[in-house]
Design a protein around this ligand. Sequence first.
Ligand SMILES: NC(=O)c1ccc[n+]([C@@H]2O[C@H](COP(=O)([O-])OP(=O)(O)OC[C@H]3O[C@@H](n4cnc5c(N)ncnc54)[C@H](OP(=O)(O)O)[C@@H]3O)[C@@H](O)[C@H]2O)c1
Length: 340
Amino acid sequence: MTDRIDTVRLGPGQDGPEVGVQGFGAMGISEFYGDTDEAAARDTLDAALEAGVTLIDTADIYGNGANEEFLAPFVAAHRDEIVLATKFAIERDPERPAHRGVRNDRAYIRKSVEGSLRRLGTDTIDLYYMHRRDPSVPFAESVGAMAELVAEGKVRHLGLSEVTGPELREAHAVHPITALQSEWSLFSRDVERSAVAAAAELGVTFVPYSPLGRGFLTGAFADAGKDLSPSDFRRFQPRFTGENAERNAALLDPVRKIAAAHGATPAQIALAWVQQRAAVHGLTVVPIPGTRKRSRLAENAAATRITLTDAELAALEPLAGLVAGDRYPDMSSTSAAREV
Ligand SMILES: NC(=O)c1ccc[n+]([C@@H]2O[C@H](COP(=O)([O-])OP(=O)(O)OC[C@H]3O[C@@H](n4cnc5c(N)ncnc54)[C@H](OP(=O)(O)O)[C@@H]3O)[C@@H](O)[C@H]2O)c1
């Protein structure tokens, strides 16, 4: 693909770094979505740069550090061409593989950043996110500790993930928050309860994660339980299993119809939708679809050029309300759980 996507500046006053209007989610390269062909994944990263997809998203928890390590050679080769984002806060216990703890305390943050810097092979992280919120730790401590990292030059900008609107405002008062990364897609719209409005008001860039509904919105998962490899965590995702998967697959008919009208794919319509839905809220967004295939990278980047009509947006409007199953088996650490 020779056509580069448009760019936007991150953060309040849009005075942050310039990135392509679509970013790249690296998570699936190391974990969660089945086996990865490493050479193809590296080629996909190259395709991202060629397309102008420059916001590269990882986290210390993805593959337990392996995703950051995987990215290191790419980071070394292209440090000045990319905006590198990673995250802390989710802690694994080697004794209990399925267990996830959330840590927001200062000591943990200071230790985590050193690990990410080492694995990524860089001396500065462009955008450092708190991956999950532990409500027992005040933002004065957590965002305060993140702000220390900015002052020390280890981190350039701060982000949060899965926080509510009121939490975003509170955190932003401690130190400016550049980006909010939460799940937002045709099938997952709980962020529109409060987080979206707060981000728009504060000028915080919204980074929608899983904008393809973890692949479901591409239309590939009518009977997910059967088709997925044993290492694919979607086997246990409420939306991908049993009757829910069948019901949810049927919801994609309007997406397919609209895709056909545009000569596009359902994935592209899902990506165009989140971009346009954000514009309705007066919000800058940089969705970060994840893929391990060059052809899909180009397909996803091309979605930034699609404009849906009002009638198409209206046809897509009811979908999220009809989805069967939560977006996680355990919703307790999501913003939605604190927003009832
Ligand atoms: N902050 C958080 O808590 C959080 C949570 C989840 C994810 N994230 C971030 O968000 C990123 C994106 O989310 P995600 O990876 O969960 O989900 P996603 O982007 O919604 O979907 C990824 C899935 O869709 C497939 N796919 C991508 N483009 C496609 C296309 N054009 N046609 C058909 N299939 C396509 C991918 O398969 P292939 O790889 O085989 O192409 C993969 O299985 C992650 O990589 C991660 O960086 C953040």
